[in-house]
Design a protein around this ligand. Structure first.
Ligand code: SF4
Ligand code: FE
Length: 509
């Protein structure tokens, strides 16, 4: 297992093509813009070496029996699923942002489960190939980015009907030793600081879209692959000094990028689905379920930080005993723990798949994520409320460095005795960063938008069974009604009615 420093050094060995703000970036590791994302992902490596967190952060590989980082593990028990979300909450607490590595973890588990099922139906050897790949991931402690969402172009048209064929990543050519692929994946978390790319289809595909039913893995610096890094709210602040960044070491959100594939060769041993369109639903839903269940872990870890920060700032301002502050903090805690309960339930209600890997409870995972899309906004709204208007009117770090105005600013932003004005500004910047920044829309759209969760909830709610339950409770049970109330079975009853009405043109019932 690598530690944080080794992970950062390992990225130097990758010579990838990255663009940002119109420039081609030579070295991702030393580029200030990428530092927070790299430091956050490094925490997933660093904590694995802390004895206190060993149980949560590491696991025993079912392939080799070796101890590995849990981010490369295939869940093999309910306990594994529970520890996974404990790991998410822990990392959220330590970094206050998205630590990116879960997308690859969920991709590994989803492809493991689905490749097994494809082989059962078609006699292919995708699962065996995937196990070989998994072994490499575990032995090298790689971080694969999970590349699912395609550019998608005109959403009213299927992948094969798009005006721009590269709107969806697809197979261009099948060769004896592999495939040639082209297309784009968008919003890919941790893309520029991962070792590998693990590709999955973005949606259910039909027969005409078979060339888009595609899963494979490649080294991040493969020829023909390039990255365009996204802008984030206030991102250039990290160039303006430590204070203005808010969460200067770990940043705002995961560090997303567009990944462009131009005639890229993928050898067959790295291909895990190539045309089996009838398994795209399973792969997409399995991945989405794992990732949606995570949000009750990672975002609740962030809530722990923002709740702590809100309480601290209330103390610094001398309002911590006001009943409305206590009420707001209590609401924040109750919402966060509700989401945590949801994610724990997803794990405890998990099940074994035919591959042997464990999957979470899909209905509960979608409910977890739907709650997150609402409650994160609510607890961040309350954090802003408690922090006060200062979070949007603070002076810059450069003004604080100016001796002519520094003391005036410190006087202006002072609080209760015993709290340094500089610390107050620091905490307010953190709350600003977490409650105003890109983390909010990420909580909304990451792992799929609310509408996607509602579709899944409706599909898996078991509404027919619920109607049966209601009918039983209401006594809407025909057999029971005829036997008990009328004293004969239904057919006999209606035959008697017919006899009475003989000769009349009446529609009965
Ligand atoms: Fe992990 Fe959460 Fe970031 Fe998704 S949003 S990658 S689950 S930290
Ligand atoms: Fe996310």
């Amino acid at each position: 297992m690598m530690n944080g420093k080794e992970y950062i050094e390992s990225l130097r060995g990758l010579n990838r093509e990255v663009y940002f703000l119109g420039r081609k970036i030579k070295n991702v590791v030393d580029e200030p813009m990428f530092q927070p994302h790299i430091h956050t992902a490094a925490m997933t490596y660093e904590l694995a070496h802390e004895p206190e967190y060993q149980e949560i952060m590491t696991a025993v590989s079912h392939v080799t029996g070796e101890r590995i980082n849990r981010f490369t593990h295939i869940h093999h028990s309910i306990d594994d699923l529970v520890k996974k979300v404990r790991m998410m909450r822990l990392l959220g607490q330590k970094t206050g942002t998205c630590f990116q590595r879960c997308v690859g973890l969920d991709g590994l588990n989803a492809v493991y489960v689905t490749s097994y099922d494809i082989d059962q139906k078609y006699g292919t050897d995708y699962h065996e190939r995937f196990r070989d790949y998994l072994l490499q991931v575990q032995e090298n402690d790689w971080m694969p980015s999970g590349a699912m969402t395609d550019a998608r172009g005109d959403r009213s048209r299927r992948p094969s009907m798009q005006q721009h064929p590269d709107a969806y990543l697809h197979i261009k050519e099948r060769l004896d030793d592999g495939i040639i692929v082209s297309g784009m994946k968008a919003h890919i978390t941790g893309a520029v600081n991962s070792h590998e790319i693990l590709v999955m289809p973005t949606r259910t595909m039909s027969e005409e879209d078979a060339d888009f039913a595609l899963s494979f893995a490649l080294p991040a610096d493969t020829e023909g692959v390039s990255y365009i890094f996204s802008r984030q709210t206030n991102d250039t602040r990290r160039l303006d000094g430590v204070l203005d960044g808010g969460n200067p070491k770990y940043g705002i959100v995961g560090g997303e990028a567009v990944i462009v594939f131009k005639d890229v060769f993928v050898p067959w041993e790295r291909v895990f689905m190539a045309g089996e369109y009838d398994f795209t639903t399973e792969l997409v839903e399995t991945f989405a379920g794992y990732h949606r269940s995570n949000y009750g872990g990672c975002k609740v870890g962030l809530a722990d930080v923002v709740i702590g920060g809100s309480n601290w700032i209330a103390e610094a301002h001398g309002v911590e005993r006001s009943s409305h502050i206590v009420d707001k903090l209590t609401d924040m805690i109750a919402m966060a723990e509700t989401c945590w309960s949801c994610t724990l339930a997803c794990s405890y209600e998990g099940h074994k798949t035919p591959s042997g890997a464990y999957n979470i409870h899909p209905l509960l995972a979608n409910v977890t994520k739907l709650n997150i899309t609402r409650m994160v906004y609510e607890w961040m709204r309350l954090a802003q409320d408690i922090a006060g208007g200062k979070i949007i009117t603070l002076p810059s770090e450069k003004d604080l460095e100016n001796p002519e105005i520094r003391e005036t600013l410190f006087e202006c932003f002072a609080g209760k005795q015993g709290f340094s004005p500089l610390d107050i500004i620091r905490m307010l910047r953190l709350i600003e960063n977490m409650s105003v920044g890109a983390g909010l829309p990420e909580a909304m759209h990451g792992a799929g938008s609310p509408a996607a969760q509602k579709i899944m909830i409706a599909r898996r709610s078991g509404i027919e069974k619920k109607m049966e339950l209601a009918k039983t409770v209401a006594g809407i049970n025909r057999d029971d009604y005829f036997e008990r109330i009328i004293g004969k079975d239904e057919t006999t009853h209606w035959n008697e009615v017919k006899k009475k009405l003989r000769g009349r043109e009446t529609e009965i019932y």
